[in-house]
Design a protein around this ligand. Structure first.
Ligand code: F6P
Length: 368
C-alpha cells in the first residue's frame, strides 16, 4: 500500500457508550503512529464534545503505558454532542444547532491531518457525515458490546460483555437450583440479540428471548412445565433488553433526546418474570446485568482485536483510505466504506447455525 507522505499529525477520539477495549485501541493507535510512522497524536476529550470545544491533549507513548487491561477510556466519552445537532440553550430555550464548522476550525487549530473515530453506529454515522459533508479525513474503528455493526465479523467489547453475562449465568444457576426458582437475566444488546443468544448458549440457559424472534409467553411456560415433568425444578431464562412478544413492542425505559440513539430499552426482564411467577406459581427472580457488561478489563480476545483495529486504523490513514472503517473479515483485518458500515444493524440470523444449534440442544426461543 502506498504511504501518504502528507500525514504528520493525527487526532483520535472515543464516542458513544464506553466499552472494554477502548484503551487498547488508543494504545495501539499511539504506539503505531509514533513508533512506526513517526507521527504525533492528539487525543480529543469526551467524544465529539472535545472536538467542538477544542479540548485536546497530545498523547505520547508514556501516556498509554499500563492502559491495555483497563476498562473505560482515558479520553472520556459521551453519546451526546453530535456536531450536526448540538444542543444549546438560547434565550433560556433548549435548541439544536449545526456546529460542524467549529469542528473543522478546531482540526485546523490542532493542525491535524486525519481523525480516527472509535465508536459505534451513532459515532461512526457522524464520522461519515464529517467526511462526506465537511471533507474531514476520517477513519473509523468499530466499537460496541452489542456486536450489531453489519460490516464487521465482530466489534471489540462484545467478547468481554459475553464473558460477564456467562459468568452471571453460572452464578445464577446455583441459586436457581438450590431454591427451585426461575432466574431471569436481562442483558443489553439494543435491537440485536447477540449477547443474550451467545451468553444463553455458553451459560446453559433453558429459554433465550431475543428481538429477532418474537415470543409467546405461553411457550415459555410450556418449556418450564416440561422441565418440571423431567424433575428439573428450576429454569434459567435470558432476556435481551430488546426482546418483544409476538404482536407486541419492546419495553422502553426512557428517552434521552440529545443522545445519538434516544431510546433506552429496559424492563422486559421484570415483565417476563412476573408473568412466569403468576402463571406457574414458581418463585421467579430478575437480575438486570446493566452496565456491568460494559465495565472491567477486556478479555484477551478483545485486547487482541482492539490492538489490531488500532494499528489497522493508522495503516488506513497512512494509505489515504479516508471515509473507511477497519473491520474483521476473519482471519484478516480489512476495511470498508463508512457509508456501508453504518445504518444497517447486524441482527442474529433466525435460521442461522447458532440458533439451530441452540434449538437442537433443547433451548426454547419462546416462538414454538
Ligand atoms: O450500545 C451499548 C449499550 O450498552 C446498549 O447495549 C444499551 O442499550 C445502551 O448502550 C445503554 O446506554 P446508556 O449507557 O446510555 O444507558
Amino acid at each position: 500500500m502506498a504511504l501518504n507522505k502528507k500525514i504528520r499529525r493525527i487526532g483520535v477520539l472515543t464516542g458513544g457508550g464506553d466499552c472494554p477495549g477502548l484503551n487498547a485501541v488508543i494504545r495501539a493507535v499511539v504506539k503505531t503512529a509514533i513508533g512506526t510512522y513517526k507521527l504525533s497524536v492528539v487525543g480529543f476529550e469526551n467524544g465529539f464534545g472535545g472536538l467542538i470545544q477544542n479540548r485536546a491533549c497530545d498523547l505520547t507513548v508514556r501516556d498509554v503505558v499500563g492502559i491495555l487491561p483497563r476498562g473505560g477510556t482515558i479520553l472520556g466519552t459521551t453519546n451526546r454532542d453530535n456536531p450536526f445537532k448540538y444542543q444549546m440553550v438560547v434565550n433560556g430555550e433548549k435548541t439544536f444547532r449545526d456546529v460542524s464548522d467549529r469542528v473543522i476550525e478546531n482540526i485546523n487549530i490542532q493542525e491535524i491531518d486525519a481523525l480516527i473515530i472509535i465508536g459505534g453506529d451513532g459515532s461512526l454515522s457522524i464520522g461519515k457525515d464529517l467526511y462526506e459533508k465537511k471533507g474531514l479525513p476520517v477513519v473509523g474503528v468499530p466499537k460496541t458490546i452489542d456486536n450489531d455493526l453489519s460490516a464487521t465479523d465482530q466489534t471489540f467489547g462484545f467478547d468481554t460483555a459475553l464473558t460477564t453475562a456467562t459468568e452471571a449465568l453460572d452464578k445464577l444457576h446455583t441459586t436457581a437450583e438450590s431454591h427451585h426458582r426461575v432466574m431471569v437475566l436481562e442483558v443489553m444488546g439494543r435491537y440485536a440479540g447477540w449477547i443474550a443468544l451467545e451468553a444463553g448458549i455458553a451459560g446453559g440457559a433453558d429459554v433465550i428471548l431475543i428481538p429477532e424472534i418474537p415470543y409467546s409467553i405461553k411457550n415459555v411456560y410450556e418449556k418450564i412445565y416440561q422441565r418440571q415433568e423431567h424433575g428439573k425444578l428450576f429454569s434459567i431464562v435470558v432476556v435481551a433488553e430488546g426482546a418483544k412478544p409476538l404482536g407486541g413492542d419492546m419495553v422502553v425505559k426512557r428517552m434521552v433526546e440529545e443522545s445519538f440513539d434516544p431510546i433506552r430499552l429496559g424492563g422486559i426482564g421484570n415483565v417476563v418474570a412476573k408473568q412466569i411467577e403468576d402463571e406457574t406459581g414458581m418463585e421467579s427472580r430478575v437480575t438486570v446485568l446493566g452496565h456491568l457488561q460494559r465495565g472491567g478489563s477486556p478479555t484477551a480476545f478483545d485486547r487482541i482485536l482492539a490492538t489490531r483495529y488500532g494499528a489497522g486504523a493508522v495503516n488506513l490513514v497512512m494509505a489515504g483510505k479516508f471515509g473507511e472503517m477497519v473491520c474483521l473479515r476473519t482471519p484478516n483485518i480489512k476495511s470498508v466504506q463508512l457509508a456501508e458500515a453504518v445504518g444497517e444493524i447486524r441482527h442474529v440470523p433466525v435460521n442461522g447455525d447458532m440458533v439451530r444449534t441452540a434449538r437442537q440442544i433443547g433451548i426454547s426461543f419462546g416462538d414454538k
